[in-house]
Design a protein around this ligand. Structure first.
Ligand code: GFB
Length: 319
């Protein structure tokens, strides 16, 4: 039985680190896992990408590397979110095709779905209209991955597919105060407000709704996808619709995990972004009816604990 050589791009990020943690726990005998980061290659550069594939010679690839960010970063850097993601994805697809990689799993996001749509969203709706204006650079670049999967299959018979997670959170996230996603942004700001004894300000009205998947749960599901999922069509990886919560509920869960006792208020001069992007996980449940997601508050407590334990460790927390 030849060993699978699995290359994970974006291997030191939120999801990459979670996959590494699960694999280090499992120690699979028939798989060798390589977690590459931007230190290994500039994936926007074809030569640098080719050199990394020369070095690692993967048989399987999980492509996580991307320019990502929260609502405010997406609104600020639309052009970069488009250009860098398009460039990275094109180089990865070409290298995987040229070298006969047996499987490529790419990672999209539910923000790519149309903004004006019926709910809940399912995998068939990706191209049914424009995404929310706030993230069109990222959303259109990621929609093209779905198109690329189909094209490489049709013309070259490649076994390329993609997963579509909802908002992700966990340890090793980007906690930058402005450019991060909502949960790491709130954890960082709440932590500073507690230290300074200041009110904890939540951006926006707190009314928008989101589904959140914990990075370790997503990691397990992406490893399953790499090993077992044989469709070119994408699959949504998400908690159920019943677990959708408001940004205000998220803020209170963060405050509880930080043991923040002060005033919590809302800055409605800040954008709310998309009101909701409710996704159904019926396709996932067809495959994995018994998969257990980590309870939200438990995952939040672990994430906040990790953040506080590593906040002053040089280079440990991206902030
Ligand atoms: O995670 P987030 O930035 O992105 O969440 P999206 C934004 C929601 O959280 C908005 C509110 O309703 C914000 O008003 N919010 C409150 C905050 N406080 C904060 C804060 O401190 N930081 C941030 N960032 N938001 C992203 C897409 O959309 O979802 C990305 O733009 C990607 O491309 C990601 O798909 C998963 O959920 O709105």
């Amino acid at each position: 039985m030849t060993k699978k050589i699995v290359l994970v791009t974006g291997g030191s990020g939120l999801v990459g680190s979670a996959i590494r943690e699960v694999i280090e726990g499992e120690k699979p005998s028939d798989e060798e896992w390589i977690f590459a980061s931007s230190k290994d290659a500039n994936l926007c550069d074809p030569e640098s990408t080719a050199a990394m594939f020369d070095k690692y010679k993967p048989t399987h690839v999980i492509h996580l590397a991307a320019q990502v960010g929260g609502l405010f970063a997406n609104m600020k850097y639309k052009v970069e979110f488009w250009r860098n993601n398009i460039a990275m994805n094109d180089n990865i697809f070409q290298e995987c095709h040229k070298r006969g990689v047996q499987k490529l799993v790419s990672c999209l996001s539910t923000c790519i779905f149309p903004d004006k749509t019926t709910f809940p969203i399912d995998e068939t709706m990706i191209h049914n209209g424009p995404p929310h204006f706030s993230n069109e650079g990222y959303a259109y670049a990621k929609r093209m991955v779905d198109v690329q999967n189909r094209m490489y299959k049709a013309q070259h018979g490649c076994n390329f597919t993609a997963v579509i997670p909802t908002n992700i959170f966990g340890k090793h996230d980007n906690f930058h105060l402005d450019d991060s996603h909502v949960i790491p942004g709130l954890i960082h700001r709440g932590y500073l407000c507690k230290q300074k004894g200041e009110p904890f300000t939540i951006w926006g009205s707190g009314k928008p709704l989101r589904q959140f998947i914990y990075s370790t749960d997503l990691a397990r599901l992406m490893i399953w996808t790499m090993r077992e999922y044989e469709e070119a069509d994408p699959i949504i990886l998400s908690v159920g619709e019943e677990d959708e919560i408001s940004i205000a509920d998220v803020a209170h869960s963060v405050a509880k995990a930080l043991d923040f006792q002060g005033e919590v208020n809302f800055d409605t001069t800040k954008a709310d972004g998309q009101f909701k992007k409710t996704a159904n996980n019926a396709k996932l449940r067809k495959y994995l009816p018994d998969f257990k997601f980590t309870p939200f508050d438990e995952a939040m407590a672990t994430t906040v604990e990790w953040f506080m334990a590593n906040y002053d460790v040089p280079g440990a927390v991206r902030k």
